[in-house]
Design a protein around this ligand. Structure first.
Ligand SMILES: Cc1cc2nc3c(=O)[nH]c(=O)nc-3n(C[C@H](O)[C@H](O)[C@H](O)COP(=O)(O)OP(=O)(O)OC[C@H]3O[C@@H](n4cnc5c(N)ncnc54)[C@H](O)[C@@H]3O)c2cc1C
Ligand code: SF4
Length: 810
């Protein structure tokens, strides 16, 4: 029999747990939901657009009442739970409904704070928390003209903006010297005030409300301790929230400011969980959706019986949902010891940017007027990335670093609805915004699957994320680690960590132990998982060829006419007449239509039919060749120049160095293709400065370069260090390769990987830490035992049927 799960509070956090459970453990529980509000589950953060008249209630529904029926969830709408009997494991609703439970989930949210001034109980004094409050404000706006909003924080300003949109004359009263003082510093707060004043909003700063005066006709005025009163017909109190913990407290659960929970979202009674604004976790109560969704995922994971996830707290970021006002803040940005502020200010353009850096890491940021790089700064903050290497260009944003993703974000807000965001799939801004609001989308993946935007080359992902943030206000998903794919909520890094800590060695174990949502994964996660397994456990994990892309499965490059190209390895680009003869013979024997020198100094036999592959390989193996891996996420070639052996300028033997590097590293699998080059002098004829690992000879030895890319997005290498001997070159190359193999995400080239983790980090691990370097190099060498088995040799003698045309094989 199924266990019984009861949720109290059908808000955003609680219902997220139920949605997750529907996906990862649909048959585990009989679920009953009690909600005090008389609707299904709606998107509370869209109340502001509802108030401003930009959305209807239907538009902001996340799960309508039909959803509960369709998913077999019993829904008691409009029923408040007033008591929990923990001994008898039952809950009691105000209308007399009783329900028993095996597990109870509290998601009761918050109460708005009401300041204890005379007159606060008048019906035209409203708070701003739910649909009922919006209805009250809309009704008041139809019969009254003058509103006073108490509270110049996020909610107060959104309420004030909404009321202005309804035609009211609005004054915002704020106790502090500047607006949104918890999210903005004084300069940004002043910019914000100025911009809202230009739109007609009025302000009374540093004003303490003392009384709300009303007569039989309604509210008359609001009085202040400091002086003249303000006329008002409607008063909105938006001065903060406090966790709704009364029910939990009454049930004897341990509460402090909120219901205290552990990292598994359990209260002090292990059969009772709590999520959302009602909880206090490690001393912190959260009031934004992002952390609550993270809590919900952990909670669902635990309720489903998997128990491998922990919630360890969140860093949050803020955006204001007032059309045309761009502000963004995250982390700690008030002046503090050891924190340096990097500031840019252009009053004429209304742009202000402050990035707070401590020990070369971003700890907070405030952006006003140009918020384009908000999500990028937030990601750097969350990942703890060292910004030492690009600190001088930090203020100019990610575009300045050469990454196209987030460039020119402010434009996104200003773009017309018809503006095309995703060029690959022809998706416009308006379609994306509509899908986000109509379908209640929260993540980039949601947008991809609903609209196809960012689903192809992905270069518009940054713009789509900006649209998500701009449309939804909360920057909740952008800063969060992104899931690998739709089959899981875990990020690449989390999956990799779980493979390591839980000793998983097969795809099946990953799917079963990490609660994969699909039976066998998809074309995105299978190759990545296969790589993570074999790179983590080179001795124990078995390579799953079915999880590989076609080129790797076929050990050759598939071309546009369906034939293959075969590139034998030619060590360091050096060959012999005998080898050339063998290649020519193979080309003639198999009537290879095209023979071409590749960009990496190899000979490419193009136009080989699938069924000919084993024969071609067999003959090449007999002539002493091994696979060039020109088709794989693996070491490709090591390009060399002629160096000191022949060249007038050469200072070192680049050819020998290249050959030795290639012999050491061939066959290794890497997150993405990996190219090397060695030049015999700084003239750099082998173009080492656009390779993943480049070596340039200098008078005193060798200069090592990393992170170059000659592809679509050209990137010159960073200089790693200088070394003296060829032995050192090899040790550093092995250590660098191993660090990349162990830590980069699948399909991440060295260039974006280094931009993500920082060159300093790579230097720390490979250059500064001599012991660490040796250990990395040893691990690389150990992994090569399995790697250097030539697939061509094997397949030229075994499983040849795999290369037969289907008709013949069948
Ligand atoms: C106007 C507004 C704008 C916002 N804008 C943003 C934003 O831009 N970005 C952002 O990240 N966040 C924003 N938020 C905050 C965000 O909406 C909340 O953090 C989130 O909704 C909290 O989720 P929750 O499930 O904890 O609580 P809620 O969503 O409030 O759900 C709690 C539910 O429990 C019900 N309930 C309580 N007690 C009982 C009981 N005893 N029995 C039955 N039902 C009960 C309540 O009626 C309520 O429906 C905004 C909030 C408001 C009000
Ligand atoms: S890089 Fe220097 S050594 Fe190599 S070929 Fe060019 S000039 Fe000669």
């Amino acid at each position: 029999m199924k266990e019984k799960l009861v949720l109290v509070g059908n808000g955003m956090a609680g219902m997220k747990v139920i949605e997750e459970l529907q996906t990862i453990a649909p048959d585990k529980y009989d679920i009953t939901v009690f909600g005090a509000e008389p609707y299904g589950n709606y998107n509370r953060i869209m109340l502001s657009p509802l108030l401003a008249g930009e959305k209807s209630l239907d538009d902001i529904m996340l799960n309508s009442e039909d959803w509960y029926d369709a998913h077999g969830v019993t829904f008691h709408k409009g029923k408040e739970i007033i008591e929990v009997d923990r001994i008898g494991k039952r809950v009691f609703a105000a209308d007399g409904t009783v329900e028993s439970y095996d597990r109870l989930l509290l998601g009761t949210g918050s109460h708005p704070v009401v300041i204890p001034v005379p007159g606060r109980d008048h019906p035209d004094v409203v708070t701003y928390r739910d649909v009922k409050d919006v209805d009250s404000m809309l009704a008041a706006s139809r019969k009254h003209r003058k509103a006073v909003v108490i509270g110049g924080g996020l909610l107060g300003l959104e309420a004030a903006y909404g009321l202005m949109q309804q035609g009211m004359d609005v004054t915002v009263v704020h106790l502090m010297p500047w607006l949104m003082e918890r999210q903005l510093d004084q300069t940004a707060g002043n910019y914000l005030q100025q911009s809202l004043e230009e739109r007609g909003m009025k302000f009374r700063m540093e004003a303490q409300t003392s009384e709300i005066v009303a007569d039989e006709n309604g509210i008359e005025k609001v009085c202040f301790k400091e002086g003249p009163e303000e006329d008002a017909d409607l008063v909105v109190m938006a001065v903060g929230i406090k966790p709704n913990k009364e029910l939990a407290e009454k049930a004897g659960l341990y509460c402090d400011r909120g219901v205290v929970v552990s990292d598994t979202m359990q209260t002090f009674d292990p059969s009772i969980y709590a999520v959302g604004e009602c909880v206090q976790h490690r001393g912190v109560c959260y009031g934004l959706v992002a952390p609550l969704f993270e809590q919900a995922r952990v909670c669902a994971n635990h309720l489903a019986g998997y128990g491998f996830r922990l919630y360890q707290g969140s860093v949050t970021s803020t955006k204001l949902k007032v059309t045309g006002v761009d502000l963004y803040s995250a982390g700690e940005f008030q002046d503090a010891d050891g924190v340096e502020n990097i500031v840019y200010q252009d009053p004429a353009a209304g742009v202000y940017k402050k990035i707070c850096v401590k020990d070369d890491r971003i700890v907070g940021t405030v952006l006003y007027g140009d918020t384009g790089d908000g999500t990028w700064y937030f990601q750097l903050l969350r990942d703890g990335t060292s910004v030492a290497d690009f600190r001088d260009s930090l203020l100019f944003g990610q575009a300045h670093l050469g990454d196209s993703g987030h460039g020119g974000v402010n434009q996104v807000a200003n773009l017309a609805d018809e503006a095309q965001i995703c060029d690959c799939n022809g998706v416009c801004k308006g379609d994306i915004v509509q899908a986000i609001t109509k379908e209640g989308l929260f993540t980039l993946d949601d947008v991809k699957s609903h609209t196809k935007a960012a689903a192809s080359c992905g270069s518009c992902s940054g713009l789509v994320e900006q649209l998500l943030a701009a449309t939804m206000g909360g920057d909740y998903e952008a800063g969060k680690a992104k899931p690998m794919c739709g089959c899981t909520d875990m990020s690449h890094d989390q999956v990799r960590e779980a493979i390591r800590t839980e000793g998983l060695t097969t795809l099946r174990q990953v799917f079963d132990n990490l609660a994969w949502k699909t039976d066998d994964g998809c074309e995105k996660c299978r190759p990545a998982l296969n790589y993570y397994l074999i790179s983590t456990w080179p001795d124990d994990a078995e390579d799953d060829s079915q999880a590989r892309f076609v080129n790797e499965r076929m050990h050759a490059n598939i071309q546009k006419d369906g034939t293959f190209s075969v590139v034998p390895r030619i060590w360091g680009g050096v060959t012999t007449p005998q080898q050339l003869r063998s290649i020519a013979e193979v080309a003639e024997k198999y009537e290879v239509p095209t023979v071409k020198i590749t960009g990496g100094q190899r000979i490419d036999l193009l136009g080989v039919k699938k069924e000919q592959l084993p024969g071609v390989w067999g003959d090449l193996s007999d002539a002493g060749f091994v696979s060039g891996h020109a088709y794989g996420k693996a070491l490709r070639t090591v390009k060399t120049c002629v160096g000191s052996e022949w060249c007038r300028f050469g200072t070192q033997d680049s050819t020998t160095c290249g050959i030795e590097l290639e012999e050491m590293t061939w066959g290794t699998w890497t997150p993405h293709k990996f190219k090397m080059a060695v030049s015999g002098c700084p003239r750099n004829c082998a173009e080492a400065s656009i390779k993943d690992f480049g070596v340039v000879a200098i008078e005193s030895g060798w200069e090592l370069h990393v992170g170059g890319n000659g592809g679509v997005k050209i990137r010159a290498t960073d200089v790693l260090c200088r070394v003296e001997t060829m032995e050192e070159v090899k040790e550093y190359a092995a250590a660098f390769l191993q660090l990349y193999r162990e830590e980069a995400r699948y399909l991440e080239r060295t260039a974006p990987w280094i931009e993500r983790v920082g060159l300093s980090y790579v230097k720390d691990r490979v250059v500064e830490d001599a012991e660490g370097r040796k250990t990395l190099a040893e691990r690389f060498d150990a992994s090569q035992k399995q790697a250097q088995e030539d697939p061509w040799k094997f397949y030229s003698k075994n499983h040849q049927e795999k290369f037969e045309p289907l008709r013949k094989a069948g």
